[in-house]
Design a protein around this ligand. Structure first.
Ligand SMILES: CCCCCCCCCC(=O)SCCNC(=O)CCNC(=O)[C@H](O)C(C)(C)COP(=O)(O)OP(=O)(O)OC[C@H]1O[C@@H](n2cnc3c(N)ncnc32)[C@H](O)[C@@H]1OP(=O)(O)O
Length: 242
């Protein structure tokens, strides 16, 4: 029988899609190199090649996997139930915990991992702690169509938010997107692969500024540019109710 989301997350501990060894600033260290129970195995890592991945995506995946060999880059695992934050952390910071009803959260899935294989968001992220840089290799499937033959702008915004957001979480822990600005320069062909390069620009108090570009694999086409502002949440006792 499936256990509740909260119970599963309590078991799982730290967010599993983050680089090994990562921990939220100020939080206790995550348990190192735990053995996996059968329950954890149930949760499949989607940030690995599957039959829907085209040649470009596989090639780039292999290139970045090679960069991981010396430890300068890390591949981030990605799960359908890959909540960005531990429930405990989130409840500490969330504005109004009454919105986190267990019967709803138990059905929750990460938006970008809610499509059948190959139809939606196929992606993998790699992070360099040295360079404070995140790269997302993304293939947008046929169910993300906007203008005929091209990706929906909302789908591009989603993968940009997810990539920059992941970078912000690694930098600042419990954060939310406060602002996302995207310039769409060229339409992205459906089912093509793009490379999203994002970098940490600056941190000012609770504010984390991240920018990114969305380019073709050969880097000849700049599809979009974006800037994001993430705000580190404060513990709820310090936050005005909304
Ligand atoms: C696998 C996992 C993937 C992980 C990545 C997931 C990525 C997806 C992330 C999301 O999509 S989050 C969902 C979309 N975002 C939201 O729903 C957030 C809604 N907004 C809020 O909850 C609050 O406005 C927010 C938490 C962002 C800020 O509220 P606070 O009360 O904590 O902060 P406050 O308003 O005091 O502002 C703090 C600072 O940020 C600044 N600020 C806040 N919002 C801003 C804004 N929109 N533009 C510019 N500055 C802003 C504000 O001026 C101030 O600057 P100073 O410190 O210099 O005074």
């Amino acid at each position: 029988m499936l256990r509740s989301c909260a119970a599963r997350l309590r078991t799982l501990g730290a967010p599993r899609w983050l680089p090994e060894g990562w921990r939220a600033p100020g939080s206790e260290p995550r348990a190192a190199q735990r053995s996996f129970s059968s329950e954890e195995v149930f949760h499949k890592d989607y940030a690995v090649p599957n039959p829907s991945w085209n040649k470009d995506l596989r090639l780039l995946f292999d290139q970045f996997t090679k960069k991981c060999e010396d430890g300068s880059w890390k591949r981030l695992s990605s799960y359908k139930r890959g909540c960005a934050l531990r429930v405990k952390d989130f409840q500490t910071h969330f504005l109004d915990p009454k919105h986190m009803k267990e019967e709803q959260t138990s059905k929750a899935q990460l938006f970008t991992r809610s499509f059948d294989e190959g139809l939606g968001f196929e992606y993998v992220m790699f992070y360099s702690d040295v360079e404070k840089r995140m790269v997302c290799l993304f293939q947008g499937g046929p169910h993300l169509e906007g203008a005929p033959g091209f990706l929906h702008g909302g789908a591009i915004a989603t993968i940009v938010d997810t990539t920059t957001g992941t970078c912000a979480v690694i930098t600042g822990g419990v954060v939310m997107t406060a602002n996302l600005n995207i310039n769409y320069k060229r339409p992205v062909p459906l089912c093509s692969v793009v490379v999203i390069n994002c970098q940490l620009d600056k941190v000012e108090g609770r504010k984390i500024f991240i920018s990114c570009s969305v380019q073709s694999v050969d880097e000849k086409t700049l599809y979009s540019e974006a800037t994001s502002l993430f705000v580190k949440l404060e513990p709820k006792s310090d936050i005005k109710s909304c």
